[in-house]
Design a protein around this ligand. Structure first.
Ligand code: PMT
Length: 398
């Protein structure tokens, strides 16, 4: 099946999200506004995607992504003068509010009640930001207000993998008038598997047998293979649920070859957990889709290092937060920083012992930062902007 056949098969299998027409009209006017200003615009995708197991969805498969990469990157793009369409998983982190949302930083801890205001005799004091957070919060608030008042940020939510794909296709097509000023930054963690609608249970999957008179669904499969339909055989013990997933077609092909504007830059991410595989998989993705940059990252070190894999020299370039500026991360493993680069060198020169790739020289010491150290996105985005500028210049010279 060709890429466009599998695209049609996928999109025909699902109804478009209800909000798609509304999102399209918001996107069109946002894009038009920035085309007129000759401003660069980046589509940042962010967060996980869900894979529903039932049509009336009670259960779904999900992944780990909180949307930190996307939300943080969006802020640095805005700082670089880009307009941002932020296509994000609903309830994942958002630019600016991310500093005060989710359990690590409960926003209530940043506030206090001031002394009672005697003029209205209510006995209540005004809610104030605690002294130690004034500077940081003012800074975040100003940037947020600037983005809002100047129409620089458009938030578009999705939940499921199919909603994500419908929205991505719609937005990419709407971005056509931007030409080379368009940038795609695909940081969302998109599911590779889904259940086609014709195999999906309509109602909540039952964990125990239901008498036939209550079920409209056809019996499916054997004792073990249960995709949600009613099975006539009595269970011998508690039932296993074996889910049969199909691959989601790789939409990067379609984005590169059809949906995206001519001359635009496309950046995808490659996530791996095995340091030995990371660079190889990023290079393979770049060759397969023939786009412009793959940013490779390991799950355990993603907050401190990434690798830029490009079709032109230097082909592979590591970006790292200097050791002294690294944030602490409960889920990360700092001992793994440098392992993927060392593994790559080892595979190229097996006779040479792997050197410690841990601390290459870095420009500056992360002057863009947060309470918790330098954010790697503050290093990634300026580098990316330079690459985008080169591409734009090249396009105009043609
Ligand atoms: O949100 P955080 O917690 O901060 O985590 C950030 C991150 C680790 C999720 C992010 O940095 C990242 O790596 N995102 C991409 C993860 C991913 O989907 O990798 P992948 O190897 O499965 O896919 C590679 C590329 O193929 C992606 O750019 C994706 O857009 C694309 N893809 C994926 C599935 C699919 N069906 N079609 C696609 O085109």
């Amino acid at each position: 099946m060709s890429h466009s056949d599998s695209e049609s098969a996928y999109f025909n299998n699902y109804p478009p999200p209800k909000a798609l027409p509304k999102h399209e009209s918001l996107a069109k006017s946002f894009i038009e506004y920035h085309v007129e200003a000759d401003r660069r615009l980046v589509l940042v995708t962010s967060g996980g995607t869900t894979v529903p197991l039932e049509n009336q969805t009670v259960r779904f498969i999900d992944n780990f992504s909180a949307g930190t990469r996307g939300a943080t990157s969006a802020e640095y793009f805005l700082e670089q003068g880009y307009a941002v369409i932020f296509l994000h998983r609903q309830f994942s982190l958002l630019p600016y509010s991310r500093h005060y949302s989710h359990s690590t930083n409960c926003f209530l801890d940043f506030m206090d009640e001031g002394p009672p205001n005697d003029s209205n005799n209510s006995g209540h004091g005004p809610i104030v930001v605690r002294n130690e957070y004034q500077t940081e919060m003012r800074d975040v608030l100003r940037k947020y207000k600037y983005a809002k008042q100047n129409n620089r940020l458009l938030l578009i939510p999705y939940t499921t993998v199919s909603e994500y794909l419908f929205e991505l296709r719609m937005l990419a097509k709407c971005m056509k008038p931007l030409g080379p000023n368009a940038l795609f930054y695909l940081a969302a963690a998109v599911s590779d598997f889904f259940i086609p609608r014709d195999r999906m249970a309509e109602h909540k999957i039952q964990s125990s047998e239901i008498p036939p008179e209550f079920s409209n669904e056809e019996a499916v499969g054997s004792d073990d293979i249960y995709t949600g339909g009613f099975e006539r055989k009595q269970p011998t013990s508690s039932k296993k649920l074996v889910i049969n997933l199909d691959p989601v077609p790789k939409f990067l092909h379609q984005l590169v070859d059809g949906w995206s504007p001519e001359g635009s830059m496309i950046v995808s991410f490659k996530l791996e957990t095995d340091p030995n595989l990371l660079v190889y998989k990023a290079q393979t993705a770049l060759q397969r889709y023939a786009h412009h940059l793959v940013v490779g990252n390991l799950l355990s070190t993603r907050k401190w290092e990434v690798v830029f894999v490009t079709p032109e020299a230097p082909y592979e370039r590591w970006i790292r937060v200097p050791k002294s500026r690294r944030s602490k991360s409960i889920s990360g493993d700092e001992d793994q920083v440098g392992l993927a680069e060392a593994a790559k060198r080892q595979s190229e020169h097996p006779a040479v012992a792997a050197t410690d790739a841990e601390e290459p020289p870095q420009d500056g010491d992360g002057h863009f930062g947060s309470r918790e150290g330098t954010e790697i996105e503050s290093l990634i985005i300026p580098e990316l902007v330079k690459l985008h500028s080169k591409m734009i210049d090249k396009f105009h010279q043609q």
